[in-house]
Design a protein around this ligand. Sequence first.
Ligand SMILES: [Zn+2]
Length: 353
Amino acid sequence: MSVDRAYWFTDFEHLADKLHELAVHSSRPCEIFNIGVTHRGRKIPAIRIGQGKLHNPAIVAGNHGHEVAGLYACLAMIDTLLNDASPTGENVEGWADGILERCTVHFIPFLSVDNGVRYRELIPTCDYSDRYSRDAEDWQRYIEEFNEPRYYFEKKGVHVPMYGFTPEQVEEWKATGKPLGIRYNDQGIDLFCDYKTFFAPETRAARDYLISQMPCAVLELHNHEPASQVFVPVVGATTNDGLVQLSYGEEMMTRLAERGLPCSQHSVRTYNRYYSQEYLQFPEFVYQRITKLSLFAQINTGYLNDYYRDMLRREPLFRRDGDMKTLTRAQRIQTGWSWIHTFLDFGVQRGFK
Ligand SMILES: [Zn+2]
C-alpha cells in the first residue's frame, strides 16, 4: 500500500483503533491507553512501545489538531517500531530491535482531537491544498479560517491574548454565526500557547502525562507553511543545552536532505521575534519542566500560496526557501518519519545528550 494510503487517517475519533490495528500482529511489547479527554469529552490516545530501560524519549504531535502530518509521521514510525515497516523504502531490518532494546518510546500522536474533527468538517481530505488555491487573494481566506476571531477583535481594538480567547469573546464570536478558527480547540484555546495557563483539558493531559513519565527527550511535530525545518535552540535554552539541541536539529536536517526530501535551505531555524516565549510555550514548558533536550519541528503543509512565496523571498530569515518545492502527502509523512528516526537513532548513539 502507498505511504499516504497507509497512514493518511482522518477518523480521528477512532485513533485508538488504528493504533490497535498497527499493534495486533506485532510481538513487540506495547501499551495503548488514554491520557485524558478533550474539551468535547473525546479520548486522547497514547502508545508506549518497548521496555528498554536506558532511555524513554517521547514524541508529541497535534497540539494543533489541523496539522495532521505529524500524526501520520507518528503512525508510520509506530508501524516501523512494531512491524519493521519502511515508509521510505530503505532497509530498516534490525533497526527497531536496536532502539527498543535500549528505549521505551512514548507517543502522544494527536493531542487536539476536537480540533482535528473540526478541520475535517472544513476540509474532508484534511489537506489544505484541496481548499485553497495558490492565488495570492486566497491567502486572506486561508489565514482568516485559521485565526478568526483574532482579526475581528483586533479591528475593534480589543486585546486578544496569545493563548486564544476569553469565554466571553468566544460567546461574542459564536453569536455572529461564524466558525472558530481551526487553530483553536473548541474552547477557543491555541493549545501550543496554553502551557503556562493550562486552560484546556488537552494541555493538562499532556502536562500530567509528561510529568508522570519524565521522558529523557521530547520531539514535538507541527505542519506549517514554510519549508520543513527544525527550530533550535528553544527560547530559554542556555549555552550548552542550546548546543546539544542544535546538534540534534542539524543532524535531523542533514539526514532529511540525505533522504532526498525537500526541506529548508536554511537548515535549522533559530527562533525569531514572532516566535516569542509567549508563543512557543510547549517546547519551553518541556525545557523548563521535563528535559533539556526539547526539540520542535515543522513539516511543510504542501500548500504554497504565491503571496506567501513573495513574502519568503523578501525575508532574510526565509529567503533561501522562496523557490521551495511543495511536498506530496507521502513526502510529508516521510519527512516527519525521518525526523523521528534521526531523533531516536542519533539519540541512542549519544545517550540522548
Ligand atoms: Zn502548529
